[in-house]
Design a protein around this ligand. Structure first.
Ligand SMILES: [Zn+2]
Length: 527
């Protein structure tokens, strides 16, 4: 059965207009493949007439095998005072070799006269000629009516005439664009209804988020008769962004009951959103609706207790429907229930009630001193493990010394000495590093790897330092977060102290101890 609503993704064209985003041709091809797997109907790949990178994308996209989506090239109506056949921009659209082209044209009388500097009649001819020409080349043509909503307010008759002209020339869809993103939802609904009644063509919607209602405007348009929705993954786009498909898709499917993806695909949305963020080299927005890491995270003790009894009590949908998950955030606000949930989530099924109570008290004390366990699950696990009576740590610190020197001709360098006890044996090592923490890490590894060779597979993937209560200047508490990776997992640990070296040491020890314990468990379960 055909979907009642068509999704038109413009991440690769309008999305790349965002400040701070730059996609290579290779990146765009990767994203196009994923969008196709998700099952959107159209993927707008770029503007082949505007830059060589987009032209190269379309050349390489010819060998893309798409199962669900059709590729679209974007351009504008022909230039004023010329013919469609001789227009280089339209030629480039045909040469792009896509089955679909989308052309943007003016629908606002004053933009025609003041910005294009031509007559309103010529603009209508430009729309008609361009659509007709592209149709004659065997293409499906969509018409993006730029500034439609503002144009309607300026001269409603003319704005509608632009749409009717495109429809009359054979456009497959007239897309109403809120180009500036300032139109409010009730107006969008009203105008889409007028267009759906008066224009004999499928109606689409393309909104921007200038007034923070792009998603709401898209949904209102659908309720009013639009059957084609344009947007970008994660709402990427110029200024405040485009309409966010990562929210529109589940809104349409789960709230309005309108299927727009193939069966079973909605649960891939979380991964797709994070994939696109990663390829674009942007940190994912953790608080984004549906697909943010915090979208179903529970922190307050009462909420966590209620969610444990009934997941629907503080969640508007089952997170698994979009591939996300319920997450318990452990903090000083947590109750015992939160920590029990966390223990379950982390696979610490055997933790007793007393350990949980003791761990909770310790978390509250440590958070008061500047620790933060919200993003440091491995430190929470280590805290609970260390409270178990049968737990034996893989090593214990005897002492460490760190020196930082700045010698003439050599610049700054650091050296660390570490003395630790491994199963009662003392290991004493020294190592150099480009900084004190690096030297400490190297000395600790040197001492441990003869006994624990698996440590060679651990890599520090991120090291973040945050100064708390900054008004104390250099005496402030420093919080250190360390991310560590091995071939299979990544884990995060925390340390906090007035001394940055001590804070780093704490996070480092948790990281190594957690990793060694996990590696041992895994080796045991594979044996
Ligand atoms: Zn746009």
């Amino acid at each position: 059965m055909a979907s009642p609503i068509e999704l038109y993704d413009t991440t690769l064209r309008d999305g790349t207009q965002m400040e701070g985003i730059s996609l290579s041709v290779e990146d765009k091809l990767k994203i196009a493949r994923k969008l196709d797997e998700l099952g959107v109907h159209y993927i707008e790949g770029g503007w082949p007439g505007s830059n060589p990178k987009d032209a190269e994308f379309f050349a390489r996209a010819r060998s893309l095998v798409l199962r669900n989506a059709r590729l679209a090239a974007f351009g504008s109506t022909r230039r004023a005072g010329s013919s469609a056949e001789s227009d280089l921009n339209l030629r480039a659209l045909v040469d792009a070799g896509t089955p679909v082209v989308t052309i943007v044209g003016k629908a606002h009388d004053r933009h025609v006269t003041r910005i294009l500097e031509t007559t309103t009649e010529e603009n209508l001819a430009m729309i008609a000629d361009s659509v007709r020409y592209l149709k004659s080349q065997g293409l499906l043509v969509f018409f993006d009516a730029e500034h439609f909503f503002d144009g309607f307010a300026s001269d409603r008759g003319y704005a509608l005439q632009c749409l009717k002209t495109a429809a009359g020339a054979g456009a497959g869809c007239v897309v109403l664009c809120d180009t500036n993103g300032g139109t409010i939802t009730s107006t969008v609904a009203e105008l889409v209804r007028v267009v759906a009644e008066q224009v004999d063509c499928a109606v689409g919607i393309h909104t921007h988020n200038g007034a923070d209602v792009a998603v709401a405007n898209s949904l209102a348009a659908v309720r009013a008769g639009a059957v084609h929705v344009q947007g970008t993954i994660n709402g990427y786009g110029e200024r405040c962004g485009n309409a966010n498909l990562s929210a529109i898709i589940p809104d349409l499917e789960l709230k309005l009951g309108l299927r727009c993806l193939p069966e079973g695909k909605l649960k891939e949305l979380y991964d797709l959103s994070h994939f696109v963020a990663e390829v674009a080299n942007l940190a994912p927005d953790e608080h984004m609706a549906y697909v943010g890491r915090s979208a179903f995270a529970h922190k307050g003790g009462i909420h966590v207790a209620a969610v444990r009894r009934n997941p629907r009590s503080y969640q508007h949908i089952d997170p698994e429907l979009v591939g996300n998950e319920l997450r318990v955030v452990v903090s000083e606000l947590s109750g015992r229930g939160s920590l029990l949930s966390k223990a379950e989530e982390l696979g610490l099924g055997d933790v007793g009630k007393e350990e949980v109570s003791a761990a909770l008290q310790r978390i509250k004390d440590l958070e008061a001193r500047g620790f933060s366990f919200e993003a440091s699950d491995a430190s929470v696990v280590m805290m609970m493990r260390r409270l178990e009576s049968e737990y034996r740590p893989p090593f214990e610190l005897v002492d460490y010394v760190v020196m930082v020197e700045n010698r003439q001709g050599r610049g700054t360098f650091a050296e660390a000495n570490v003395k630790i006890s491994i199963n009662g044996e003392i290991a004493h090592t020294a190592a150099e590093g480009n900084g004190p923490v690096n030297a400490l890490d190297a000395a600790l590894r040197k001492a441990l790897t003869p006994v624990y060779p698996e440590l060679n597979g651990f890599h520090l993937s991120d090291y973040k330092v945050r100064i708390l209560d900054g008004q104390n200047g250099t005496a402030a508490t420093t919080r250190v977060l360390i991310d560590t990776r091995n071939a299979h997992h990544q884990w995060s640990t925390v340390g906090a102290s007035a001394n940055i070296i001590e804070a780093s040491w704490q996070a480092l020890v948790d990281s190594v101890e957690y990793g060694l314990h996990e590696a041992k468990e895994e080796a045991g379960s594979h044996a």
